[in-house]
Design a protein around this ligand. Structure first.
Ligand code: DHB
Ligand code: MG
Length: 240
């Protein structure tokens, strides 16, 4: 069967995916953990204040936080703060990490700073407001001129059409051996389909996959994931 025949445009949902997340998180990150309540608070406060319901789920948040732990990361970069949920995961799990996170929306950044303050990590999470490409240019100059440390971990989760630009700017600022994770790379399988009229949310991930495959500076894969929200996935790259 060709992929065109099995591909379903609908956002897929399956009760088993939610049940497995709920079961595993209840054991592997129970509400008794020191950061559990503040993470839930950040999601609730973000929704209460009208932010879109597109934060990472707890499993992906913890995956990212554990990547920083595995890599003994001290400087992490995030492109797309939203309400600060992923930054809070990274900073609360990793007392050694300083997070620099970029957010285009001043309103989202305001809510993120509230949530980061509530989590008690505002001394280690720097929210920079501005368009990603402009802020990344400034950060690149800072890194080049020694005003900032290089990064050892990057999470990209912003406007999808600029994924390759964000990725290239990130590679330029990373130490060798760094890990770059990019969200929303699968979109219910739509990434596999080459269509003239693909939306930006597919064009961006496809450009990144095809460029990363030829890029001698990195090695990468895409991991498919299912969750309460949908069937999606992330790209993981190591900087060589
Ligand atoms: C959307 C964006 C995201 O980063 C995400 O994880 C899910 C959905 C969106 O723009 O619809
Ligand atoms: Mg996302």
């Amino acid at each position: 069967m060709s992929v065109k025949n099995i591909f379903n445009d609908e956002d897929e949902q399956d009760d088993r995916w939610s049940a497995v997340d709920a079961y595993t998180i209840s054991h592997l990150h129970p509400s008794s953990r020191s950061n559990s309540k503040t993470l839930v608070h950040s999601l609730e406060n973000s929704l209460d204040q009208g932010l879109p319901d597109i934060s990472n789920n707890p499993t992906l948040g913890k995956f990212i936080a554990l990547q920083c732990q595995i890599g003994q990361v001290t400087h992490a970069l995030e492109i797309g703060t939203l309400g600060g949920y992923t930054s809070i995961w990274i900073a609360t799990q990793n007392p050694q990490v300083h997070v620099t996170t970029i957010e285009i929306s001043p309103e989202h950044a305001r809510v993120a700073r509230e949530n980061i303050e509530h989590a008690g990590v505002s001394d280690r999470v720097e929210v920079i407001i501005g368009p990603g490409l402009d802020v990344l240019e400034d950060l690149k100059k800072d890194v080049r001129d020694g005003r900032r440390e290089k990064f050892e971990f990057v999470f990209i989760d912003a406007d999808k059409i600029n994924y390759l630009n964000y990725f290239n700017a990130s590679v330029d600022m990373c130490e060798k051996g760094s890990c770059i994770v990019v969200d929303n790379m699968v979109k219910s399988g739509a990434v596999a389909i080459d269509k003239e009229d693909n939306p930006d949310s597919i064009v961006g991930p496809r450009m990144l996959i095809e460029a990363a495959g030829k890029d001698k500076r990195v090695d990468a894969l895409v991991m498919q994931i299912v969750s309460e929200k949908t069937y999606d996935g992330f790209l993981v790259a190591v900087v060589l």
